[in-house]
Design a protein. Structure first.
Length: 614
């Protein structure tokens, strides 16, 4: 009996493989996978103008009501098909492409879809938008015409023959063929009960992934719905649909009283659970097209939830006037929202006079000598009308401009003079709670930041430069706390040194708001060059929506606003993962990463000197 069952299972598996292979319209021998090409395609996407914040990932199969062949119906295939699409967060390409019998063409299809996705905007109409994007690409990059034509002709040879389709489907197929061959000539597509066979060269409307609509559910309790298994492997994300939890808590309950548990049977014990991943559940989730997520209305047993609160006014730092309303950039609306955040200007409550710590005094003495030399050292001034030496670069530029017919008053000399350093600098220190972390057995991040600010102040006060020191942290948008450690018009002295040594970790990091306020303060200074130094240990974040891309985009906009105001924003960080996000926020040359946090006190004055060289 068991032998007969095994033979039946073997015959069934052989038949399934045979019929599935015969029904498959693709070309497995020419199959190309996305993963080996992913880095190159991501680079191509950004080179063609795609956003740095947009990821490139594998797409999932979706239900498509296409006309299936007899073999496909027998095999049960072609009910789900994978197409390319994009939204604001990601570009989704098929995990594998075997559309063409030629492997080279399948690779070209990946590249074409990547270029199209980089150029595409929000989709309003599937057919018209794809035609418009193709036309715009052909006009902008004529060299793409040959590649596109080759892909289209090969694709049309594989599409269903309109002569073998019902009239309505044939009309739709003919319209698609014309739109592919002559983009922009088809404005209306005939209706049909079935969807057309997928157009491999076009993008499709995005699926709703993750949270399809904003709900009132608590995000903190809704974070890891699928457990660790969701983060393992290369499985694509699933389409999600939220539904209410119909727990049946209302209505008439019919039961027999003798079936109720006794009190001793229903003791609320803390029983240990199995922490291993449910592999069967993970496999079942992988087979689903849509994962329905329901919110349980049950409180967590033994859960302890803590909320940070502001300190009492009698021990908090001293407010400097009323709050200041600040705008904030919302990338989802592509809009600067007016008066969205509130800056609270504060001064330290503890400003006891304190001397420079002993462990900093030898280094401070060395730095003071360097900056005294900087102050007294004459500097070479270029492109002068008279001077002690020829400016060779100015001479070369003058000859080139003269040949081009652009005659300007020549400044062909260099002169060595002592002059006042016409610059202002505002150092803005991140005082978020993460600065309470230890960098070694003795020092915390906040201690290293304090040492850096003291040595920085020693250097700039000797050089005679105009500078101010501020720190910031935040607790949602209404409480962005900005601490004035030393104002521009305040002299660096023992009280400022004491204020620096009394710094303590705050809350979160609403970075863009603090940068905007620092920009306002620097704009008021009369000097020609204005440097904004941000000292931080991590990414922008806060308790509300100021997290992930939202915080990064707002900070990037604040940095761009500072540059438009004539400032030089520069970020100094000890976050070892900063190269993943700081180039997008500050530009490739707008930041530096300190590999060893304990080196920050010595590196900060050095970086300042490099940034302020004439």
């Amino acid at each position: 009996m068991s032998f007969a069952i095994e033979v039946e299972e073997w015959a069934g598996s052989v038949w399934h493989k045979f019929i599935t292979r015969r029904a498959d319209p693709e070309f497995p021998e020419a199959r190309v996978e996305l993963e080996p090409l992913q880095n190159g395609l991501a680079l191509l996407f950004r080179a063609m103008g795609g956003g740095h914040e947009v990821s490139l990932e594998a797409a999932q199969a979706r239900q498509m009501m296409v006309k299936r062949s007899f073999l496909q119906k027998v095999a049960g295939t072609a009910q789900q098909l994978t197409v390319a699409w994009r939204d604001a967060q990601s570009v989704r390409l098929p995990a594998t492409v075997a559309t063409y019998p030629d492997e080279r063409l399948n690779q070209e299809l990946y590249r074409w879809l990547t270029i199209l996705a980089a150029h595409a905007g929000p989709m309003q109409h599937w057919g018209r938008d794809n035609q418009r994007w193709v036309l715009e690409l052909m006009e902008t990059y004529p060299a793409l015409h040959k590649r596109y034509t080759e892909l289209v002709l090969a694709h049309l040879a594989l599409r269903p023959d309109p002569k073998e389709l019902p009239p309505a489907e044939a009309a739709l197929e003919n319209a698609i063929r014309q739109a592919l061959l002559k983009p922009g000539t088809v404005d209306e597509f005939p209706g049909s009960e079935r969807a057309p066979w997928p157009v491999a060269l076009w993008l499709y409307p995005p699926l709703n992934l993750g949270n399809p609509q904003q709900t009132h559910w608590n995000e903190e309790e809704d974070g890891d719905l699928l457990g660790k298994a969701q983060g393992e492997g290369k499985a694509p994300r699933k389409q999600a649909r939220r539904v209410d939890d119909h727990a049946g808590k209302q209505g008439l309950l019919v039961f027999r009283l003798e079936n109720l548990f006794t009190w001793t049977e229903h003791v609320d014990l803390d029983r240990c659970g199995d922490d291993d991943d449910d592999i069967d559940a993970a496999r079942a989730a992988d087979d689903l097209d849509e994962i329905t997520v329901s919110k349980k209305r049950k409180r967590k047993g033994g859960g302890l939830k803590l909320h940070l609160d502001l300190p009492p006014s009698d021990i908090d730092d001293i407010p400097l006037g009323e709050g200041i309303k600040m705008p904030e950039w919302d990338y989802r609306r592509n809009e600067l929202v007016k008066d969205f955040a509130n800056i609270e200007m504060l001064e330290p409550r503890l400003q006891d006079a304190m001397n420079l710590p002993e462990h900093l005094q030898p280094l401070a003495k060395k730095i003071r000598r360097q900056f005294e030399h900087l102050r007294a050292e004459p500097q070479w001034l270029r492109q002068q009308t008279q001077g002690s030496e020829l400016d060779l670069q100015a001479c070369v530029d003058f000859q080139v401009e003269r040949k081009l017919g652009q005659i300007h008053e020549p400044g062909l000399f260099m002169d060595r003079r002592r002059q006042h350093r016409d610059l202002s600098c505002l150092a803005l220190a991140d005082l978020s709670m993460s600065t309470d972390a230890h960098v070694n057995n003795e020092r915390r991040v906040i201690d290293v930041v304090g040492d850096s600010l003291m040595l920085f102040s020693e250097a700039l006060s000797v050089a005679g430069d105009d500078f101010a020191l501020y720190g910031f942290s935040s607790l949602r948008r209404h409480h962005v706390r900005m601490l004035e450690i030393k104002g521009f018009d305040q002299k660096y002295n023992a009280n400022v040194c004491g204020a620096i040594q009394s710094l303590k970790p705050g809350y979160y990091t609403r970075m863009g708001t603090a940068i905007r306020r620092a920009t306002q303060l620097l704009e008021k200074r009369p000097h020609r060059r204005k440097l904004l130094l941000l000292i931080t240990d991590g990414k922008p974040n806060d308790l509300d929506i100021y997290e992930g891309r939202y915080g990064v985009e707002d900070t990037r906009q604040a940095v761009m606003e500072a540059r438009r105001a004539g400032l030089i924003p520069f970020c100094i960080t000890i976050d070892q993962q900063a190269e993943d996000y700081l180039p997008y926020m500050f530009g490739a040359n707008g930041f530096t990463v300190i590999k060893e946090p304990v080196q920050l006190p010595t590196r900060l004055p050095q970086l300042y000197r490099l940034l302020t060289e004439p």
